[in-house]
Structure formats: C-alpha cells, structure tokens
Design a protein around this ligand. Sequence first.
Ligand code: FAD
Length: 488
Amino acid sequence: MVIESDSVNPSHALFDCFVQAQTCKETQQNFIELCRHLKVEPRDYKHFYSKLKDRLNYWKAKELWQKIDKRAAHPDYGQGQTCHQNKCLVLGAGPCGLRTAIELALLGAQVVVLEKRVSFVRNNVLHLWLYTIRDLLNLGGKKFYGRFCSGSIHHISIRQLQLILLKLALILGVEVHTGVTFKSLLEPSGSTGWRAQVSPESHTAAAFEFDVFISAGGGRYVPDGFKIKELRGKLAIGITVNFINRRTKKEAQVQEISGVARIYNQQFFQELHSEIGVDLENIVYYKDDTHYFVMTAKKGSLLKKGVLKQDFLDVDQLLAPSNVDQEALQAYAYDAADFSTDHMLPDLEFATNHAGHPDVAVFDFTCMHRAENASLVKERKGKRLLIALVGDSLVEPFWPLGTGIARGFLAAFDTAWMVRNWGKGVPPLELLAERESMYKLLSQTTPENISKNYAAYSIDPATRYPNISRCAIKPAQVKRLYDIEDGK
Ligand code: FAD
C-alpha cells in the first residue's frame, strides 16, 4: 500500500505509515519501526507514551497526543498511577478486549493482550450508538480512519474498529501478541503467580504473571467458574454478505437501508418473495469499506431455494456446513441485495473473507447467551486473581438492535472501574458487589435511557447510567464469587 505522507522527516513519515496502516500486520510492523527509529522501548510501558510524545515533535502526532492527554487527565485514572502495580492479561483483540486494554493502560497497569488470529479480516459493518462514536472521536478515531462516520448512518467495519483500537493500545504501551491462543489459567505454584497456558507453548506470554484476567474472547467462550444462561427465542437465521465497494459515483448514490423490518414495509417483502422467492423478516444495508447486507431469512424459502439441503428441527444440524449449499447461499444473498437496492449497485462482486472465499455467511441467533455474573475473584496460595468478562462473552448481542459495541464498551468501562478499585485495594467482596450491581443495568441499556451527557462519560458508571445504585447487590450476596482455596 502507498502511504501518503507530506513529511520528509523519517520519523514523521514512519508515524504517518503507522497511523494509516490498513492491516494488523502492517500496523505492528510500522509500530516496531517507529519505536526503533525513535529509540523508545515499548516494553517500558510505564514511560513509553510520554517518551514517544517527547521524541515525536510532529503536528499530526501532537493533535493525537492532545486527544489522548485529555482523556488521560481524567481524575479517575489518578495520573496513571492507580493501577501501576497491577498486571492485566486480556484474552482477545476484538473491539471490546482492545477497548478494555486501553482503559487499563490509562490506569497505569501493565497490559498484555493475546489474540489467536494473525489478521483482522472481518468486513461486517457495525451500527454504532452515538456515545460510542463520541468515544472513538474523542480518542482520535478520525485521525486513524478519515472516513469514520462520514456517511448518513453511523457505522464502521469490525476490522477498521479493531485497527483504530489496536493503534491506540500500542501508543499507550499495551503489548499485543497476535497468533497466540489462550488455553487456560495456571494456578500459582512456588513463588510463581497466576499465569496462562498458551499456544505456542514457548511464547513469552506464557511467563507473564498477572493479577487481573479479562476474558474478551467473544462468542461463547467463558472461563471456568462462570455460568451461562441461555435465552431461547423462535428460530432466527441470519445471513451476512459483503460486496466490493469501488467507491464510484453510481455506488455513492445508492441509499443505505438502516433496517427495514417486515412489519413496517409489508409490500417490499411481499414483492421480494413473489418476484425472486427470497423471504425475509428484515434487511439492513450499510455502505462502508464494503457494501454490507445483513438479513433474517425464513427457513421455508432457504429450503425452497436449495440453500438448506434438508430440514432439521435441531438448528445446529440445520445450519451445519454440510447442510448448506454455498453456491445457492451466494445466489440467495446476491438476489436479496440486488433487489433491495433496486438493482442500482453496479457490478456486484463478492468481497472475500479470511479464507479468500466470497464473504457470505449464514448464522443462527435463535438462542442468546449471557453470563450470570460479570466477575470473580480467585485466591490460591495467597495470590488473588480478579477475573472479568467483557463484550460478547459477557452478553451475546442481538444484532438487529446493534447492541454489541455499545454494551460491550459500557462493560469495558465498568470493568476498568472495577480494576481501578482493585488497584486501590478495595476488598474483593465490595468490589464484586459493585460490579454485579452495574451488570444488572447492562441488558436494559438503550440509546435513550443512558446519560446523554456523553462529554462527561468516564469509567465511573455514575457518569453513564442515570439513577444507579452502586450497592443494589450487597457483599454478602456475592460470596460465591470469591473463590478461596480450601474454602478458607
Ligand atoms: P469479538 O469481536 O468476537 O472478538 C473476540 C476476539 O477474541 C477475536 O478476535 C478472537 O479471535 C479472539 N479469541 C477468541 N478466543 C481466543 C483465545 N482462546 N485466545 C486468543 N484469542 C482468542 N454490534 C453492534 O454494535 N452493531 C451492529 O450493527 C452489529 N451487527 C452485527 C451483525 C451480525 C450479523 C453479528 C453476528 C453481530 C453484530 N454485532 C453488532 C455484534 C458485534 O459484532 C460484536 O458485539 C462485537 O464484535 C464483539 O466484540 P468482542 O470484542 O466482544 O468479541
């Protein structure tokens, strides 16, 4: 990729390359080069950001420093000293893991993120609530991604969101290891504290000892000790499809669809069904890095169109790869996209996914999962470990409501607040009781009922949830979340 830099100063040009990098690998490589050139050591996490700032006297960088400094100056972070003795392991460099890592770094903690993938490849586009847009703009989102929220509907692809957050995390001294899979927690032994079993086994992250573990692995991954509740609804089959956006004039003129549900536009869905046999409950179209469509399809039409080969009552069997005809699925998604945009998108060509195949996927959202509790403290051999879930592994979002990032970031902030209290030495039961009190609010949050004073948002839950009760749950009610060896 050709990076545009108006600077002849090598460190400025390197900074531009880092800021504009379009892949995870490029970001990491450019970051290493920039650090080497400026002779700053990223592992020196306590002083890294201030040294980087001192050594990069460049107006573009300074604009970014101003934004970061404004956030970092918030009293909640105690000038980056509150958690200076805490060491945090974050599982997953998805949007919520990275957003949490940034907050922990601002609190002064040493933060290590493990990500099993080596690239950010998810084209799917996420609708964002207003507060998350403010949050990302305040952190310099537009400096990293100029097109951020420039359209009529506020959205961003998952990969671009990850890239913005990865760059911020690196600037703040977070260590991000890609291609490293978290396997399990290892209890303290001898003089060694809590560690992680990772793959590859010989990776340096295996030696990292920590007192805070953030599980942000998305999907249904949850560590031992957490219970998951399942909420079963009626059968719901989703389809996502991405087409290449060539950014032509013609493409620019096509209207996005912010979410048409069957009950609001019966005629459209009837015509779609009668004319091309595609039977949907709803459809969304966002124009972003790609032309992205997501829809809920009715089983009957998927069977009729040969997308599903056989009918099964069990949804896992129904949507098993062996029961899905990929070509028929592509044709179904293509027709739905073409019809719903009035055939106005020229030359629809599938974007490719991580495997280099047309980016079309079918998924089930019949069951929604959520963790019964958000946090735990384990104590072994006198060593305590605070464990918290954030993002999809805490509450699986319902995609038509676009709650994933909004509630994911709220949980990231609430978790950072809990880690702040951990750093301040608040006793485990008090800290867990407060976290669980906040967690009770999370699933009820909507864009309307959270505080509208976005400028005042901080990691303190009181700035975001109106009428909160920090002690809705009492310490005595969370004893089961404090797991001490031998039941002591
Ligand atoms: P993820 O993004 O899943 O990230 C988890 C990361 O952890 C991954 O990178 C994974 O590789 C890594 N990982 C997992 N296990 C390990 C391990 N053992 N070791 C190391 N790394 C590991 N949300 C919105 O806000 N708005 C929307 O409009 C919206 N639309 C959606 C549409 C669809 C069809 C779907 C399915 C979801 C939608 N969402 C939407 C939800 C949104 O995608 C998620 O909420 C969001 O991606 C969750 O971020 P996360 O960081 O929690 O998890």
